[in-house]
Write a protein that binds this ligand. Structure first.
Ligand SMILES: Nc1nc2c(c(=O)[nH]1)N[C@H]1C(S)=C(S)[C@@H](COP(=O)(O)O)O[C@H]1N2
Ligand SMILES: [Mo]
Length: 244
């Protein structure tokens, strides 16, 4: 690039970022990690994707495309509570639905399995560049949230394994939380969800990168305010919004 081109591009990019920031503000599409050096880029990506692609669907695949050996990334929780729950076949695993809802609730796996189920064959793509395709089965998160009754001032869904010793947490805007493909999954490729892939319970967010699909899910909480940059990953070096 010549100096002049660089200058023109720089000015144009700054103007675009400023316009994007104004539009984002107007539409309520400012992500929680909008501050800092990468903030304008985060805002641009989030607002542009939301405005342009809206509630579009993640790609779904035929059975023939299911990966033969999906990669289980990382280790199951090492704490005693997880081990004792596992030893008991996760019969006492609980999902807590809390925060800004009219009717907080807890569900056992058996109770979740009794709710209307949805199956999808989608790709999990890690930010590191690898991916796999699998079939997941679970309850749409929207179902559980609708039953709980989201209060009008709510804006986000925070999710974690807070019942275990895990500091990892994440969040979604309500458009993503209520999206028909966002599932609370308990099964994968025809069997129970393996511990290697987050069993017994995992949130699948197929429209975003793999790290948003939190494993060992114990808690979903509706809120109007997020702590920090909106997730433990975004407090590190990751984007809060990881749309693909
Ligand atoms: N609880 C928990 N969830 C997690 C992770 C983790 O370490 N702990 N890793 C994330 C990342 S970075 C990716 S890419 C996917 C990997 O999913 P997999 O193990 O099914 O391949 O899980 C995500 N969810
Ligand atoms: Mo990842």
């Amino acid at each position: 690039m010549t100096r002049r081109n660089l200058l023109v591009t720089g000015v144009a990019a700054t103007a675009a970022a400023a316009t994007a920031a104004r539009l984002a503000e107007q539409y309520g599409l400012v992500p929680p990690d909008s501050g800092g050096i990468y903030g304008p880029g985060e805002t641009l990506t989030y607002a542009a994707q939301r405005l342009l692609t809206g509630n579009s669907l993640a790609r779904e695949f035929p059975t023939s495309k299911i990966s033969k050996s999906p990669y289980p990334n990382g280790k199951p929780p090492a704490d005693e509570l997880f081990k004792s729950l596992q030893a008991n076949g996760f019969a006492d695993w609980k999902l807590s639905v809390e925060g800004m809802v009219a009717r907080p609730a807890t569900y056992s796996l058996a109770e979740l399995r009794a709710l209307p189920a949805k199956t999808q064959i989608t790709q999990l793509a890690c930010e590191e560049g690898w991916s796999y395709i699998a079939e997941w089965i679970g309850v749409p998160l929207s179902h559980v949230l609708t039953v709980a009754g989201i209060l009008p001032q709510a804006k986000y869904l925070v999710y974690s394994s807070s019942a275990l010793k895990s500091r990892r947490w994440d969040s979604l805007d309500l458009a993503e939380a209520m999206h028909p493909q966002t599932l609370i999954t308990y099964g994968m490729n025809g069997g129970d969800l393996p511990v290697g892939h987050g069993g017994p319970l995992r949130l699948r967010v197929p429209r975003q990168l793999g790290y948003k699909s939190h494993k060992f899910l114990t808690t979903v909480s509706v809120t109007d305010k997020l702590k920090g940059r909106g997730s433990s990953a975004a407090d590190g070096a990751y984007s809060w919004y990881a749309g693909i």
